[in-house]
Design a protein around this ligand. Structure first.
Ligand code: PMP
Length: 410
């Protein structure tokens, strides 16, 4: 009846949203969503920022500039400066979450059939975003030290031999969703050199960089681009207030070369005219209040404790049935079941015991590894983390029992 576009004929949707219905089950402990802990929101600071923003009610209630209000753009310049990225308001577009920034970048750069490289595993929604633009997606493997840049080099050499150099490479270099991995400085530099050599746009998605709870900060690709001749022309940096302040604001941004940015601004006009000036006012007031750094100290300590509790609980309850690297920031542990029980099989038994996680297949462009899973430690309390791990241990025992010959006979 309806003649849907081929892209939305049978859309897959997010693997996380598919689990939503179980979230409201009584006593459910969720390691599934990448949601900040609502107990940690700076409600007082945001409430006060909101009141100050609305004092300028006429500006809040009117349409604003498509690329963002000057005040918020200035505040973002300042925030980026603190992160060693020296930029100007002309190089910034404010977006409705960093999710929109990626959509705009894809709109202005990617056409049907173009080659786009992503990491494997990577953020599931952005695999879908690339697929929605009908690009050819190629997956670059990730190790504990982030993207395997040597594998990338090989892929680029062979793509170049076939005249199919990617237009764009999408990476989450800090505490990646879902892998938790952080790209080393050496690999970052090499990646920048490759972007210059092969002339592809390097899209750096960095919503989690502010959430480091151990080890030393690593400069962003955009900060390092000034050290690699020509690289500044090839990096687009996206970030967001979602994970460090509150996702309900829906405030994100991109820092990019002007040639790319001015086209993103035209694309944004037809997407939403502009992000809410009211909410941008709240974000600008909040950033100007100087509360962010104290708040970050507070939430990083809390997430660090939860991450350690999860790592401890997994080791204690699942032992060598699971392998993973403990991240130094962010919200996610990426794990692999070492036996023959798949993540989906474990999930069925886990949900029955009141605990949830996301099977890893949705985070893989080619969806081949059925034994991986993503666990987020951000939302549950410390007690819930420990309890959730006990339930996971029980779920594994149940999954094994359901497989055993006796169970089959009985
Ligand atoms: N990129 C990554 C890697 C994410 O994990 C998320 C949120 N889960 C986003 C982008 C989108 O974030 P937002 O639109 O809220 O800024």
């Amino acid at each position: 009846m309806y003649r849907f576009s081929s892209v939305y004929l049978n859309p897959k949707g997010s693997p996380i949203r598919a689990l939503y219905k179980h979230l409201s089950e009584p006593g459910m402990i969720s390691f599934a969503g990448g949601y900040p802990d609502p107990q940690l929101f700076d409600v007082e600071g945001l409430g006060a920022a909101s009141e100050r923003a609305f004092a300028n009610s006429k500006a809040c209630l009117e349409y604003g500039a498509t690329e963002g209000t000057p005040r918020l753009k200035e505040a973002i310049v300042q925030l980026m400066h603190e992160r060693d990225v020296h930029t100007t308001p002309e190089n910034i577009i404010v977006t409705t979450g960093s999710q929109q920034a990626f959509d705009l970048v894809l709109r202005v750069l990617v056409e049907k059939g173009d080659s786009v490289f992503v990491e494997q595993p990577t953020y599931s929604t952005n695999i879908q975003a690339v697929q929605a633009h009908q690009a050819q997606v190629s997956a670059v493997p990730v190790t504990a030290e982030g993207m395997d840049v040597q594998a990338l080099e090989r892929m680029l050499a062979s793509a170049s031999a076939q005249g199919e150099i990617p237009k764009l490479l999408y990476t989450i270099p800090n505490f990646s969703n879902p892998s938790g991995a952080t790209l080393t400085v050496e690999r970052r530099i090499r990646l920048l050199q490759l972007a210059v050599q092969y002339q592809f746009v390097l899209v750096e998605d960095d919503p989690y960089g502010g959430l480091r709870f151990s080890g030393d900060a690593v400069p962003s690709l955009m900060a390092l681009a000034s050290q690699v001749p020509g690289a500044q022309d090839w990096v687009v940096h996206m970030s967001s207030l979602s994970k460090i302040v509150a996702p309900g604001l829906r405030v994100g941004w991109a820092v990019a070369p002007v040639e790319i940015l001015k086209r993103c601004s035209v694309a944004k006009q037809s997407a939403d005219v502009g992000s809410s000036p009211w909410v941008q006012g709240i974000a600008a007031e909040y950033l100007a209040s100087g509360r962010l750094n104290t708040h970050l100290g507070h939430i990083c300590a809390a997430y660090g404790a939860k991450c350690r509790a999860l790592a401890h609980g997994l080791r204690q309850e699942l032992g060598d049935a699971i392998s993973f690297h403990e991240p130094s920031g962010g919200m996610f542990v990426w794990a692999r079941l070492t036996g023959d029980i798949s993540a989906a099989e474990l999930l069925t038994h886990a949900i029955a015991r009141g605990v949830m996680f996301v099977p890893g297949e949705g985070f893989q462009a080619d969806g081949v590894d059925r034994f991986t899973l993503r666990l987020s430690f951000a939302t549950p309390s410390l007690e819930e983390v420990a309890q959730g791990c006990r339930r996971l241990g029980e779920a594994l025992t149940a999954a094994r029992a359901a497989r055993s010959p006796q169970a089959l006979v009985a």
